[in-house]
Design a protein around this ligand. Sequence first.
Ligand code: PPS
Length: 305
Amino acid sequence: TAEEPAAASMSSGPDQVPPRPEIFDFQGVSMIHFFTDNWENIQNFQARPDDILVATYPKAGTTWVSYILDLLYFGQTERQTSVPIFKRVPFLEITIPDFGSGKDDADNLPTSPRIIKTHLPVQFVPKSFWEQNCRIIYVARNAKDNAVSYFHFDRMNMMQPEPGDWSGYVHRFMEGKLVFGSWYDHVNGWWKKKQTYPKLHYVFYEDLVEDTGREIEKLCCFLGLSRSDEEKKRIADGAHFDNMKKNDMVNYSNVVVMDFKISPFMRKGKVGDWKNHFTEAQSLQFDEDYKKKMTDVTLQFRCDI
Ligand code: PPS
């Protein structure tokens, strides 16, 4: 029905899977039509002051942080076993022809606060989020692991452009020719925003892997939440990779456009898997290029922990 959320409806049958989209330049950022078709409505999205926006470059830990936030606010209620995460935390800019849009799903969210996901670079965020002074959590992941994760995602997700082989993919990553554009511009753009917008909490995927409990503590602090140690530990356990991988409400297993035989959504969940993908030459070339693009020394990523 029209009310059904975009991604949930996609579990209705393989004949519903549209052809893979082509990438194009959209206001200086590489995009696909699924994320630009509803542009005016997205830009006019009406945020509420208590909305929480989870912003990331794709594959940086969006689902992990979305799930942690959902547990922090709404706990282990019945919806945890009946409502998939992409319905609890709508993906603002997605629109799938005939199936609806993330923007409508966000409008119709019954929860308070509403937790909303976006992959938009900072300059594309609907202005009402800034006007309403919403809390925003940005999650960033080191470039090499991010590229590897995105590569496998593009292989298995038929709504993403064809990734081609790994060596071509790394070059397109460096050129910013993947959906949602340049990783370098994305992480830098949001990092810069933090200097002028205090209600932005910048989280690193590597920190989450290193000590999830500590990062949950920081999230609580940022959000003004107080939760018992027991509760926080329960949340960290529930959101552990092994548990999320088994949990059909957060592992995307019921989305038909994703072919888990090619690669699962919850793939490895590690820091440093890039070493299994980059050749030494690719790694050297990547590092050289990285130095040129990442000139702000205050933004440091860890490719190892
Ligand atoms: S998406 O499609 O952009 O929303 O994907 P996103 O959720 O941002 O990123 C998916 C990657 O995050 C990993 N992941 C986790 N890692 C560690 N612990 C937990 N709990 C966890 N949950 C998700 C997921 O496995 C993807 O990374 P890779 O490296 O591909 O495994």
